[in-house]
Design a protein around this ligand. Structure first.
Ligand code: BES
Ligand code: ZN
Ligand code: ZN
Length: 500
């Protein structure tokens, strides 16, 4: 999809469609609508269109404009319309029009600062993506938008161009995340995830190092290897490094002091549950148990392109949680890289085991701040539904910084408590800690388990189990992988201000 900012007068754009946003209040409708012989009034009174978010109405052969169609799209309440809604409006427009024979569209934007332009570009690129890679007749062949133009007051300025480029980088990186998550588990085993990380890193000049079973064994990553031992697909530990420096070796942007951000992503390419096997219903969805890893890989690509001032290192433990004759048993005790012993009471709580070793490894390799994303617990969906990632921390200041980044990236996260009392749910009679707590507060005990390996480094954990996969498509996003957490990671790095 070609995306551009259009400086020509909107009336003159000869495209398949020209789109304008209409709000519920219908105050101050775009002037183009006044010329359409009362069309707007008619569809408002008939109830065909009310301005509700993402509603679409199409007028063919509009008066006084060169475009073939005039499209109005609902913006909801004007007072609460932000770049979050703008991103979704752009996505809904692309998704709503691509099935209707429209190949080129311009969106008229009256409010268009940098963040708005970036959000609209992201939304359009995300709306373009379909989970149809394995369909013999993919939708994208003929039913797609080839040109998406933004018609903004003031036309093309250097700021607008920069915002467009940033939106493109982020939108495309999020689609890379979605591509990876969408791969079925027979096409993407840990070795494939490592290959994808390597190829991304070499295309974008990032250093990439991949540890194999032998290397992990020497280091003592017993928690990760315990999960992997039930699969004939070898596990890997992927490290991707971004180092900010211009050609003369100086840092770009605001100096990050001695800060060093670590991004960790859970990379379970398939989660059967192991011997604590999952019910067959819905097990096919467990291909998305590497969505945290995919978010980190997408984020590293965008970071390589946008070049924030802070060094960022990605750590991705990747395994398959399977059952063969060598599979880990409930009751097994493993020794994590940190030296702590873990009683594996449930082999389905595997994410925290591989993340434990990743957290220790990040800590030993100079991370001053850590964020992890993991499809960690079903319980997070019970607590928060599908609209917010669960956020946990050992450091409120760092969490505030993360939340601000998530907000400006248009991703929703909600903090859950980590009072010391919850830690008591993790008691093992035979090892330092068990890998599960009791029946209640499952997402919190999972976070406390991770915290035992993250402390004392400032750390934010995101449980994305209920947000990384959409069972139903949205107006602005297709069914399937959402690519969540990736934009927050990138924004956090871009907005970084030194903490030292
Ligand atoms: N990958 C799952 C969590 C999950 C559940 C992700 C649903 C996406 C959708 C994780 O490894 C898991 O199985 N967690 C268990 C933990 C339990 C055994 C303490 C769970 O949530 O049931
Ligand atoms: Zn599991
Ligand atoms: Zn899992």
């Amino acid at each position: 999809m070609q995306i551009k900012i259009e400086s020509a007068p909107v009336e003159e754009l000869s495209l398949d469609a020209l789109a304008v946003i209409c709000f519920e209040s219908n105050e101050d409708p775009p002037h183009l609508l006044a010329r359409q012989n009362g069309w707007l009034d008619e569809i408002l009174t008939s109830g065909e269109f009310s301005g509700k978010l993402y509603e679409i109405a199409i007028l063919h052969r509009p008066q006084g404009i060169a475009a073939k169609r005039l499209v109005i799209i609902g913006g909801g309440k004007r007072a609460t319309f932000s770049s979050m809604e703008a991103r979704r409006v752009a996505g809904s427009l692309v998704r709503g029009l691509k099935t209707k024979g429209v190949h080129s569209v311009a969106l008229l934007l009256r409010q268009a600062d940098g963040p708005f332009i970036s959000a609209v570009v992201e939304g359009a690129i995300l709306g373009d993506w379909e989970a149809d890679k394995y369909k013999s007749d993919p939708k994208k062949n003929d039913k797609r938008i080839d040109t998406f133009a933004l018609s903004v007051d003031g036309g093309m300025t250097p700021e607008a161009q920069l915002a467009l480029e940033q939106g493109r980088v982020i939108g495309e990186a999020q689609n890379l995340t979605r591509d990876l998550v969408n791969e079925p588990s027979n096409k993407l085993v840990p070795a494939d995830l490592a290959a994808a990380a390597r190829s991304m890193a070499s295309s974008y000049d990032l250093a990439c190092e991949v540890l194999d079973t032998e290397a992990m064994g020497k280091l003592g990553m017993g928690a990760l290897l315990g999960v992997a031992q039930g699969s004939s697909n070898e596990p890997f530990f992927i490290v991707i490094r971004y180092q900010p420096a211009d050609r003369s070796g100086k840092q770009l942007g605001k100096p990050a002091g001695s800060d060093h951000l670590a991004l960790i992503g859970k990379g379970v390419t398939f989660d059967t549950g192991g011997l604590s096997i999952k019910p067959s219903e819905g097990m096919e969805r467990m291909k998305y148990d590497m969505a945290g890893a995919a978010a980190v890989i997408g984020a590293m690509r965008a970071i390589a392109q946008l070049k924030p001032a802070i060094p960022v290192t990605a750590y991705i433990p990747t395994v398959e949680n399977m059952i063969n004759g060598n599979a880990q048993r409930p009751g097994d005790i493993v020794t994590a890289l940190s030296g702590k012993t873990i009683e594996v009471l449930n082999t389905d709580a595997e994410g925290r085991l591989i993340l434990a070793d990743a957290l220790t490894y990040a800590n030993r390799n100079g991370a001053t701040h850590i964020v992890d994303a993991a499809t960690l617990t079903g319980a997070i969906g019970v607590a928060l539904g599908h609209h917010n990632m669960g956020a946990f921390t050992n450091n409120e200041t760092f969490l505030a910084k993360f939340m601000a980044a998530a907000r400006s990236a248009g991703e929703k996260a909600w903090q859950l408590p980590m009072d010391e009392e919850y830690k008591d749910y993790l008691k093992s009679a035979f090892a330092d800690l068990p890998n599960i707590g009791g029946r209640y507060g499952g997402s919190i005990t999972a976070a406390w388990f991770l915290r035992e390996f993250a402390d004392p480094t400032p750390w934010v954990h995101l449980d994305i189990a209920s947000t990384a996969w959409l069972d139903e498509g949205k107006a602005w996003l297709s069914k399937g992988p959402s690519g969540v957490a990736m934009r927050s990671f990138v924004q956090l790095a871009i907005d970084w201000t030194s903490s030292s």
